[in-house]
Design a binder for this molecule. Structure first.
Ligand code: HEM
Length: 451
């Protein structure tokens, strides 16, 4: 069957559904799913056809069993300006090779070495908190996860002003990708607009710093390099089956990829979790009771996480309601049949975690916050792609264990000492689905020291 029979809302003559979608993407997708079912046709501009897919078995075909017919879609192509041909944006052989080289560095036993740094940075952040004061928690979480990823990447010996410089340059890069990904017009990056100029300056600065560090590391003796546990040394030491390693440019692209993919996502997950806890005092009490009984006042460590069961449920539920990656798009590169329809090169399939995670076919009372729903083997009772905060298939998030450990350790370290509640004059919290799903205008919260 052709894709022409796929139903969808009426669109405007030239722009199609683009303007209505842009106005409120999450609501538009949910509404389209409710009205038209598992496959909905949308048109963005005169000729870009998108199909919202909400059937888990078919999502599995796109991300897993028929994935060779697809590539990452347009939004991610714009990220190439920042991350080049890193693992997030590359395709086919190149992606496979990079994934092979990088996978061992993200194994659970390797990343548990970063647990101490995660807790230490959380403690450093809290040293600036005083009880009863208001903090912009979204900024605190963003800075915290950035400090952590920076130390995990380069080790702890970077000078503070270099850390500051990199931090600012990454911020410019993230904003640039976000603005371009959601822009109506694709102006070439070479046009000297203010944001293009700022971005080019930030890129130059970052390249200078990163290539400088790589060069220094390459010159180090093997002896000095042995024992280093940071990600950069692992990237430099990684060897493929034929003994080949990464070029400096490849290492640079992967460093940038991990900065881009690996801090805002976790920061937003943390912010949403604080928000949910502040609205649900019972859940907060349960969390505190668990932290107090398991940790007995000790600093949390990766070995404690298996025992912090409620904290785990809380994170699953937070990522269900507010998935940091709210949609994944794939562009067809080779004709493919999905759900009885033949899709052609150029068509885009959109799979939205936000829509799936609130699908009443799989979740009772889906709008309700209830971490207990994940108890026992709930996840085994629903289809694999009814819950997929980290994606799936060969492009599943490589940092999923890292993110879960980081989020759990931070919630534990902070939750032991502070309670967070929304500032009294806080306006209603709105969702802002940019590259990641964040609270619009940030979250202002009062931090109260726990008795
Ligand atoms: C809660 C936090 C996180 C969430 C929700 C998340 C989500 C995702 C998702 C959904 C994808 C798949 C995208 C697609 O298929 O198009 C992905 C890919 C990726 N993520 Fe994460 N991520 C998180 C944290 C991290 C962290 C901490 C790192 C690194 C330290 C990381 C590194 C990556 C990389 C490199 C990829 C590309 C993998 C590939 O294409 O082979 N992520 N992430």
């Amino acid at each position: 069957m052709s894709t022409k029979t796929i139903p969808g809302p009426r669109g405007l003559p030239i722009t199609g559904h683009l303007l209505a979608f842009r106005k409120d993407p999450l609501h538009y997708l949910e509404q389209s799913f409710r009205e038209y079912g598992q496959l909905v046709h949308l048109r963005f501009g005169p000729s870009r056809h998108l199909y919202l897919l909400t059937e888990p078995e078919l999502i599995k075909e796109v991300l897993l069993t028929k994935q060779q017919h697809f590539r990452k879609a347009k939004g991610l192509q714009t990220a190439k300006a920042v991350v080049g041909e890193g693992i997030l944006t590359s395709e086919k052989e190149k992606h496979l090779r990079q994934r092979r080289l990088m996978q061992p560095s993200f194994r659970k036993d390797r990343i548990s070495a970063y647990g101490e740094a995660m807790v230490r940075h959380a403690e450093r952040m809290m040293a600036n908190w005083s009880g009863g004061r208001t903090r912009v928690i979204t900024d605190d979480m963003m800075q915290l996860t950035l400090d952590i990823i920076m130390e995990t990447m380069f080790g702890s010996q970077l000078e503070p002003d270099v850390v500051g410089e990199i931090s600012r340059a990454i911020d410019v890069g993230m904003k640039y990708v976000s603005a371009r990904a959601s822009s109506f017009i694709d102006l070439p990056a070479s046009i000297p607009t203010k944001s293009n100029r700022e971005f080019q300056e930030a890129s130059k600065l970052l390249d200078g710093v990163i290539y400088g560090i790589i060069e220094k590391r390459r010159k180090q003796t093997e002896e000095a390099a042995t024992g280093r546990k940071d990600l950069l040394s692992m990237l430099l030491a990684a060897r493929d089956e034929d003994g080949s390693s990464m070029t400096d440019e490849q290492v640079r692209d992967e460093v940038m990829t991990i900065f881009l993919a690996g801090h805002e996502t976790t920061a937003n997950t943390l912010s949403w979790t604080w928000y949910l806890l502040s609205l649900n005092p019972d859940a907060e009490r349960k969390l505190h009771a668990e932290l107090d009984s398991v940790l007995q006042g000790r600093r949390p460590a990766p070995e404690d996480l298996d025992k912090l069961e409620y904290l785990q449920l809380l994170l699953w539920e937070s990522m269900r309601l507010y998935p940091a990656v709210w949609a994944i798009n794939r562009e067809v590169v080779e004709e493919v049949e999905i759900g009885g329809h033949t899709f052609r090169p150029g068509d885009t399939i959109m799979m939205s975690q936000y829509v799936m995670h609130r699908n009443p076919n799989y979740y009772d009372n889906p709008e309700q916050f209830r971490p207990e729903r994940f108890e026992g083997d709930f996840l085994k009772t629903i289809p694999q792609f009814a819950y997929f905060p980290f994606g799936g298939g060969p492009r599943v998030c490589i940092g999923n264990n890292f993110a879960l450990m980081e989020a759990a350790l931070i919630i534990a370290a902070v939750g032991q000492r502070f309670k967070l509640r929304l500032a009294d004059d806080h306006p209603p919290v709105e969702l802002e689905p940019l590259v990641t799903l964040r609270p619009k205008n940030g979250l202002r919260m009062i931090v109260e020291a726990r008795a």
